[in-house]
Structure formats: structure tokens, C-alpha cells
Design a protein around this ligand. Structure first.
Ligand SMILES: NC(=O)c1ccc[n+]([C@@H]2O[C@H](COP(=O)([O-])OP(=O)(O)OC[C@H]3O[C@@H](n4cnc5c(N)ncnc54)[C@H](O)[C@@H]3O)[C@@H](O)[C@H]2O)c1
Length: 421
């Protein structure tokens, strides 16, 4: 069968590491035939690995999309605030689009993208990869099978992990709202999306609290320099000391990914140089970050269902945990520990489901979404995470931020009216 062809916009961590490798498998039904990436070294390495000729290698998405339509699909994996323009143009040019989350850092742009996909009759799928993990697909199935009766409330938490917060949300790409997105959108649109998917009802009200409590200049220990490697006197007592996270930490996939973000060359010397010069060597108390380090959101859905969500930086584990309370039972699970348990009130037995989660990114979700996307193109059907389906949770994230900043409960009907929804 003829392979589906794709262009990749942004050969960064997600484009290069999460989705593209799937297409290298000989059984893959998709082939990447062009790339747009401004960083020359990244572009060259990518072209070599994927056999892309010079004529199909572009510096920017603007250059790539200025060509006549090159392929069936555009995978758009550049940064949050730059998703809108290439997505709108790619849809107009007739590409089906696989777009990284969040759709955009502006609510009205999210709405416009949904309309654009409808206007041009194209598939626009958002990378809410958690919906494709064995963990959440099993929970969804159990709830649909009614093992705990009707859902009454959900308690969901995202345990970000202290090192992950420091990496992405203090020193890294998503540290500053104006330059990227608020944390509830950048990180937790996944979680709000999962809650919406499990509840499967319209959200009526959203309220939120949270702040940047810790990673602030006034919390710097005495004498902490701007950069860890400038002789920080706290190197043995600070959990955020950069060389500890990026050089000394070894032996698992998360440590490997962190190193690759800091430097393409992951030798000790190259990493130390990058920490001396680049953003990841900065003291966590001396960065230009402003996104929250903890936030809670409470939600009310139709059918009197409630949900609460807690995102917190200050955890040792990097996992998501969920508890769903129903009229006839209770279900809970830990994504990183690969288990789901539930109890039926009448029977009283605790049923444990041990999952065989894939080693691939996001517990198998990264490859799961591509497989589903390919299937949707072949069958011309809507995907599990179409832009239309993802819009509610995105707008809930914007509403939560409005609630947090303005100290109010947001009525979702009134909020949606503002966008003509
Ligand atoms: N689905 C998920 O679970 C998940 C996880 C992490 C990040 N993300 C999202 O994925 C997106 C990318 O994140 P990342 O970690 O790969 O970031 P990244 O910075 O590593 O990659 C983005 C790439 O886009 C390139 N780029 C910049 N301008 C461009 C242009 N004009 N044309 C083409 N490419 C351009 C950059 O050079 C970079 O290589 C972000 O929106 C992020 O929020 C999603």
C-alpha cells in the first residue's frame, strides 16, 4: 500500500524524539519526506536519518508552506505560541494536521483552528497523548462498563517532580507565560482533557487557586550566584543544583532526555559547557520565570459531577494519580506504577489490574496517537483527540487561569459565549 506522506515542522524534542521515530519502523504506514527546522545542526541530523534530500529541507515553516502542497500530513511541533499560523495555513493548503498541544496560547485562536479544519474538511488532531495510553484507556473502559456505577467525583493529580519543574518551568521553555503559556495550559491541558474525557459531560463551572510560591529571587539561599557553576556554596544542599540534574544523574530515559535538551553532544565536557553558558545552568532562584509551581482547579459538570485537580512541582515521583468515586464503587490508579484498582461496594473485593505500559514516551501514548491518526486518515474519520474534542478542555484551562488571576468562579456558558461557541 502507498505510504501516507508527512512533513515535519519543528525537529525539536517532540518532533524528533516522540513522533518521527515511529515512521522509521518498516511496518509504518507513514513516511516523512520534508522538514522545516531553523537550527542547522538539528535539521542536518534529521535529514540524514530520514533520507530527506536538500530540496525538501527548509529553514522555517514559512519556507516549507510557501511550496505547493508536498505531502498528505503536516506534523506541527514548534513552540506553543507559534502553533496558530502554520496550522491555519497548512489546513488551507490541504494538509491533515497533527498538532502538538496546546493548540494555541490564545483561546480565540483555538476556536478559529477548529473552524478552519471544518472549512477545509481536514483532520486536525491535537497531541493529547494520554488518551492513547493503556492506563487511561483502561480506566475509560472500566467506567463505561459501569464497574463503579455512575461517576460522582474525580480527584486527579499531576505530580510534576521537583527536577522536571526546574527543567521545564523554571529554567526552560515554559517558564514564562508571555513567552509560552500559563502552566495550567502548557502542562495540565492534558489533565483537564483526561477529566473531560472520563466525565463525558459539559463543564459548567471552573475555579482555581495557585501561585509561584518557591522559585523566586527572595527565596535564594544567601550567596547563591546567578549560575550554579559559579561556585555556588549550596551545591551539596540544593536539590536543583544543575550539574546534579544534568551531568551526575544517569541510567534512565528521563535523564537521557534532559541531557539531550541541554546539549546535542551529551559528553560530560559539552554538558558542563552548556551549563556554564546556556539557560539550564541558571540558579533556579535567579531565572525570568513567572509560571506557577502549584495550582488547584475545581470543576462542576452537568449531571452534578464534580472534579478536582492538583498540579504540584514539589513531588519526588513524576506521575499522575487518579481516584474516581462512583455510586456503586471506587476506582484509583497510579500511571507511573502501572496499576489500576477498583472495588465494587456490594462485592467488596479489590480488583487489581497490572498494566504492561510501553517504554515509549508517555506510557505508549506517543506512538498510540500516530497509529490512530493514520487510521483516521485512511478511514476519513474523526480522531479521539480531534481539535473539536480538545477545545473544551483548552477553554477550561484558559478559564481556570482567569479564575486564578481574577479570584472568581468562571461560568463556562458565559465564557464560551465570548468566543461565539
Ligand atoms: N504532547 C505532549 O505531551 C508534549 C510534551 C512536551 C511538549 N509538548 C509541546 O510540543 C511542542 C514542542 O516542544 P519541544 O519540547 O519539542 O520544543 P523544542 O524547542 O525542542 O522544539 C521546537 C522546535 O521548533 C523549531 N522552530 C522554531 N521556529 C520554527 C520555524 N519558524 N519553523 C520550523 N520550526 C521552528 C525550534 O528550532 C525547535 O527545534 C510545544 O508546543 C510543547 O508544549 C507536548
Amino acid at each position: 500500500m502507498k505510504k501516507i506522506t508527512a512533513v515535519l515542522i519543528g525537529a525539536g524534542m517532540r518532533g524528533r524524539e516522540a513522533y518521527a521515530p515511529y515512521t522509521l519502523d518498516s511496518h509504518s504506514e507513514m513516511k516523512i519526506i520534508a522538514v522545516a527546522e531553523p537550527i542547522e545542526e538539528r535539521r542536518k541530523i534529521f535529514c540524514e536519518l530520514y533520507g530527506i534530500p536538500d530540496s525538501m529541507s527548509f529553514k522555517t515553516w514559512e519556507d516549507l508552506l510557501a511550496q505547493p502542497k508536498l505531502a498528505d500530513v503536516a506534523m506541527i511541533c514548534n513552540q506553543d505560541k507559534d502553533h496558530f499560523a502554520p496550522t491555519m495555513l497548512a489546513l488551507e493548503k490541504g494538509y491533515h494536521v497533527l498538532l502538538e498541544k496546546p493548540m494555541s496560547n490564545k483561546p480565540d485562536e483555538c476556536v478559529q483552528m477548529v473552524r478552519q479544519a471544518e472549512k477545509y474538511g481536514r483532520i486536525l488532531t491535537i497531541c493529547h497523548v494520554l488518551r492513547y495510553t493503556p492506563f487511561f484507556t483502561n480506566i475509560k473502559k472500566l467506567l463505561e462498563d459501569g464497574v463503579i456505577g455512575d461517576i460522582v467525583t474525580i480527584e486527579h493529580s499531576e505530580n510534576v517532580a521537583y527536577w522536571h519543574q526546574a527543567h521545564s518551568y523554571v529554567r526552560g521553555n515554559w517558564r514564562n507565560t508571555a513567552q509560552s503559556s500559563p502552566m495550567i495550559l502548557a502542562k495540565s491541558c492534558h489533565d483537564l482533557d483526561i477529566i473531560c474525557w472520563l466525565v463525558d459531560k459539559k463543564c459548567r463551572k471552573v475555579s482555581s487557586f495557585g501561585s509561584l510560591k518557591h522559585f523566586r529571587k527572595e527565596n535564594a539561599p544567601e550567596g547563591a550566584p546567578e549560575r550554579c557553576l559559579d561556585g555556588c556554596p549550596h551545591k551539596n544542599t540544593c536539590p536543583y543544583y544543575a550539574p546534579k540534574i544534568y551531568v551526575d544523574w544517569n541510567g534512565n530515559w528521563q535523564a537521557d532526555i534532559l541531557k539531550k535538551v541541554v546539549s546535542q553532544d551529551t559528553s560530560r565536557e559539552a554538558l558542563i559547557k552548556a551549563l556554564r553558558e546556556g539557560p539550564y545552568g541558571r540558579c533556579v532562584y535567579h531565572c525570568d520565570n513567572d509560571v506557577v509551581d502549584h495550582q488547584v482547579v475545581i470543576m462542576e459538570f452537568e449531571n452534578d459531577i464534580t472534579a478536582s485537580f492538583t498540579m504540584c512541582a514539589f513531588t519526588y515521583e513524576n506521575t499522575r494519580k487518579i481516584r474516581v468515586l462512583g455510586t456503586k464503587g471506587e476506582l484509583w490508579g497510579d500511571m507511573d506504577k502501572n496499576y489500576i484498582e477498583y472495588v465494587d461496594f456490594l462485592k467488596g473485593d479489590r480488583i487489581t489490574i497490572k498494566l504492561n505500559q510501553s517504554e515509549q514516551g508517555h506510557g505508549g501514548g506517543d506512538y498510540g496517537i500516530i497509529r490512530d491518526f493514520i487510521q483516521c486518515i485512511k478511514e476519513n474519520t474523526d480522531s479521539r483527540t480531534s481539535a473539536k474534542k480538545s477545545l473544551q478542555s483548552h477553554l477550561m484551562a484558559f478559564a481556570a487561569e482567569e479564575s486564578r488571576l481574577n479570584n472568581k468562579v468562571v461560568d463556562m456558558d458565559l465564557y464560551l459565549e465570548a468566543f461565539g461557541k
